[in-house]
Design a protein. Structure first.
Length: 89
């Protein structure tokens, strides 16, 4: 790279660095979101919470569906408009 090209690109280097940092963060978030070990931990925690009585069987099923959706890349199902809202636990 000749010195003139370097001087012309110099003002863009911070922007390129921020873009690259954003790409790295996105890649790591995707990796963690779809990591089978993380999904397994989530399922184990949900099963323990169900065994302890902190969540209902329905909430466990929702958690399982969401976890499987994370692995397969499917979006979680949206509740039907007539369905009652959760109690927010």
């Amino acid at each position: 790279m000749d010195p003139l090209t370097f001087l012309l690109r110099l003002p863009l280097l911070p922007v390129q660095g921020v873009v690259r940092l954003g790409e790295i963060i996105r890649d790591e978030a995707d990796h963690q979101l779809h990591d089978p070990a993380a999904v397994r931990r989530q399922l184990e925690e949900a099963e323990e919470a169900r065994a302890a009585g902190r969540i209902s069987g329905e909430e466990l099923a929702e958690t399982e569906q969401a976890a499987v959706g994370r692995l397969t890349g499917q979006a979680p199902a949206q509740p039907s408009p007539g369905a009652p809202p959760g109690d927010g636990r």
